[in-house]
Structure formats: structure tokens, C-alpha cells
Design a protein around this ligand. Structure first.
Ligand code: NAP
Ligand code: ZN
Ligand code: ZN
Length: 346
């Protein structure tokens, strides 16, 4: 075991504070990554404040991790010391079920092992990226291509893959009208990626405050959902709506914006359930679906795609002492567009 510095929530709803944690020794198939940057995902807040239910404390959140490999185990073939590497939302899975074999480790039949706040297959609690170092199995570490700076690459490990995977699965591309609902951390990546895939992109945001940014990031159109006229005007418009909203919404209203056979794919994970009149999907043979991050192979594909298209996240770099303040700003939809912690300040 090696003692390293970290920021942790000592209990549910308690502010995060500096502490130390133990990382395991580097095993045969492990890499040791010196963390340079860690993104703040809204999921970190849902988790640390127990919005999704009881959690394990102390909790070191963070599943958007980018750094440099500083040690490799004897069996490691994928990385060398000095390589840029990332870790996303999972650090292990059963590797034997049909989903794992198909590269869909996020849907592992036995449950994937999440990067923090989970119990690993070795029985130890996992700690995430708000830390100076992490030890991870090479199979769950990603190669960060040279063309991507580590600070803007970090958020790709969750926000990037969570939007890339459904956009690919539901065929966002030339000739497709795609709406991205909510322009925060996930949403702004959704705009960039859908645009790079060749789709016609519309942002549906609560207000027009971020319109200029949205158009710069690649959106063709930008509407405020606070304006009832938006729903009149856009009725029946979209092939695909990707909802990244962290709060419960009137999904019926958004389903009315789909064309016949269109799909509303939800990746937002609100803390409360929604209610829905099912006539909103019956009329127009519509699909309401969900999607969770992406598999390891697809995450690598996404990183390579982003490097090829020059796509990184728009970030506000903060020091670790600003984490609690950053959480409040995320909750107020006041983030442009991802807070990233400089791990040198931990
Ligand atoms: P975020 O940066 O806070 O962005 C969420 C956006 O949703 C906000 O910027 C805001 O966009 C909109 N929004 C917030 N509250 C709203 C409300 N009451 N009504 C309407 N719109 C509202 O959060 P994020 O990090 O992108 O994460 C978004 C959600 O996805 C979270 O619930 C997170 O847990 C979940 N998530 C899921 C996965 C997955 O695998 N499925 C992965 C990562 C995160 P505007 O200001 O543009 O309106
Ligand atoms: Zn996340
Ligand atoms: Zn499995």
C-alpha cells in the first residue's frame, strides 16, 4: 500500500476536504498513473450528497481522470512509463458475461466496478480521481492520444463517452436532425461530437444565455425551453434528442418534438422519478431509451475520434480547494462547461 493525497467527502452532504488514502501496490497487470487532471461530473455531486441513495464514505469522487503512467506491472503490454493515460467510470468488470465479451463492460451482468464509491473484486473500496495517483488494471485504462492536452481530455472519459456512445448507436450523422437537451458538461460534448459526426445540431437549453457559445461549439440552432413557442415551432422536428439534464423533466413535451420513429435518449440521471403519459410514445411510434457511459473499446474509439477532430472539453481549471464552490456552481447550471481540478494542488 502507498499513501497518497486526495480530496474526500467524509460523510453524505459534508463538504469535501483534503485527506490521505491508500492505493494498492502495482500488481502484474496494473499501471500506476500520476493524475494530472480530474474533471468534476454532476454524478460526483449526486453520489457525494447521496442523492441516488446510501453511499460509502469517506468518498473520493472523480471518474474523469487524465495523467501519466509512472510504473507498470510485469504483465503490462498496453502502456509504458511516460505514456498519457486516462481512467473513466469503471475500473473492473467480470470479463466473462456476454456483455463483457461484447465490449459492453458498463452493462456487465454482475455489475461493473465503479471507479469510486464501490467495492472492487478484491473486496477493497474504490477511490476516484480527486487524488494524486491511481492504480488501475491496464484493461480499464485508456490511451490518451498525443494530440489531446490532458486537461481538456480528462472530461472525455465520462462526458465524452456518455454522449459519443448513444450518438453513434442511434446513428447521428449527415442528414440527421439531432437535439441536445441541456448544455452543461455532457451537453456541450454532445454538441461538439454530434457536429463532428455530421448531424444538424440544435441545442435546447433553459435560456439563451449560452447561445453564442453553443453556436461556436458546433450547434446550427439554439432554443430556450423556457419559451413555450419553442415547443410549437419545433414540433415533429428531430430524429434524435439526447437529454443530458440532471433534473426531472416533462418528457412528454420533448417527445412531441420528435419525428415519427424518432428517439429520445436519456443520459441524465435525476434523483427523482418522472411520470409520463404513454400516449407520447404511442403516437408516432417513438422510442424513449437510456444509455450509460460506453465500453472500454468504444471509449478508446471516442478518444481517437476526438483527437482526430481536435475535440476537447471547454474547461474551467480550478485548484482542489475550490471543489465545494464548484459543486454549488454546477448545481446552479453555472459551469462553462466542465470544472477540471489541477491535481498538482491536491
Ligand atoms: P451539468 O454540467 O450540471 O449539466 C446539466 C445541464 O442540464 C445543465 O447545464 C442545464 O443545462 C440542464 N439543467 C439542469 N437543471 C435543469 C432543470 N431543472 N431543468 C432543465 N434543465 C436543467 O451535469 P453533467 O455533468 O453534464 O451531467 C448531467 C446528468 O447526466 C447528471 O444527472 C449526471 O449524473 C448524468 N450522467 C449520466 C451518465 C450516464 O452514463 N448516463 C454519465 C455521466 C453523467 P442548460 O443550462 O443548458 O439548461
Ligand atoms: Zn460522470
Ligand atoms: Zn461481465
Amino acid at each position: 500500500m502507498t499513501t497518497v493525497a486526495a480530496y474526500a467527502a467524509p460523510a453524505g452532504k459534508a463538504p469535501l476536504e483534503r485527506t490521505t488514502i491508500e492505493r494498492r501496490e502495482v500488481g502484474e497487470n496494473d499501471v500506476l498513473i500520476e493524475i494530472r487532471f480530474a474533471g468534476i461530473c454532476h454524478s460526483d455531486i449526486h453520489m457525494a450528497r447521496e442523492g441516488w441513495g446510501e453511499a460509502i464514505f469517506p468518498m473520493v469522487p472523480g471518474h474523469e481522470i487524465a495523467g501519466v503512467v509512472t510504473e507498470v506491472g510485469s504483465g503490462v503490454t498496453k502502456f509504458e512509463v511516460g505514456d498519457h493515460a486516462g481512467v473513466g467510470c469503471m475500473v473492473d468488470s467480470c470479463r466473462e458475461c456476454d456483455n463483457c465479451k461484447a465490449g459492453l463492460e458498463q452493462y456487465c451482468a454482475k455489475g461493473n466496478v465503479q471507479t469510486y464509491g464501490a467495492v472492487g473484486r478484491d473486496g477493497e473500496v474504490t477511490y476516484g480521481g480527486y487524488s494524486t495517483h491511481i492504480v488501475v488494471d491496464q484493461d480499464f485504462a485508456l490511451r490518451i492520444p498525443d494530440g489531446l492536452s490532458l486537461d481538456v481530455a480528462a472530461p472525455l472519459l465520462c462526458a465524452g463517452i456518455t454522449t459519443y456512445s448513444p450518438l453513434k448507436h442511434w446513428n447521428a450523422g449527415p442528414g440527421k436532425k439531432v437535439a441536445v437537451l441541456g448544455m452543461g458538461g455532457l451537453g456541450h460534448m454532445g454538441v461538439k461530437i454530434a457536429h463532428a459526426l455530421g448531424a444538424e445540431v440544435t441545442v435546447l437549453s433553459q435560456s439563451l444565455r449560452k447561445k453564442d457559445d453553443g453556436l461556436k461549439l458546433g450547434a446550427d440552432h439554439y432554443y430556450a425551453t423556457s419559451d413555450p413557442e419553442t415547443f410549437e415551432k419545433l414540433r415533429g422536428s428531430f430524429d434524435l434528442i439526447l437529454s443530458t439534464v440532471s433534473a426531472p423533466l416533462d418528457f412528454g413535451a420533448y417527445l412531441s418534438l420528435l419525428k415519427t420513429d424518432g428517439a429520445l435518449v436519456n443520459v441524465g440521471a435525476p434523483e427523482e422519478p418522472i411520470s409520463l403519459n404513454l400516449f407520447s410514445v404511442i403516437g408516432g411510434r417513438k422510442t424513449l431509451a437510456g444509455s450509460m457511459i460506453g465500453g472500454i473499446r468504444e471509449t478508446q474509439e471516442m478518444l481517437d475520434f476526438c483527437a482526430e477532430h481536435g475535440i476537447g472539453a471547454e474547461i474551467e481549471l480550478i485548484s482542489a480547494s475550490e471543489i465545494n464552490e464548484a459543486y454549488e456552481r454546477v448545481l446552479a447550471s453555472d459551469v462553462r462547461y466542465r470544472f477540471v481540478i489541477d491535481a498538482a494542488t491536491i
